[in-house]
Design a protein. Structure first.
Length: 70
């Protein structure tokens, strides 16, 4: 994935479109930071942040339920 990002950035830079490279890299950063979300992020980069929010919500729900069971 990093190689793909580098190629996209390199191509955009050679075609005088550095803002395109920056925009695509910004969309890909959450995917690079959270490898477990890589597949949904690769399929739909614009859903990276809601995807992260849903994972955090699920994690919070799990902690809440484990506290109630105790």
């Amino acid at each position: 994935m990093a190689v793909g990002l580098w190629l996209v950035g390199r191509r955009a830079a050679t075609t005088n479109q550095p803002q395109l490279a920056t925009w695509r890299l910004t969309l890909a950063l959450p995917c690079l930071a959270l490898p477990c979300l890589a597949l949904p992020c690769l399929a739909l980069p614009c859903l990276a942040l809601p995807c992260l929010g849903s994972w955090l919500l699920a994690l919070g729900s799990w902690f809440l339920m484990s506290d109630l069971d105790a």
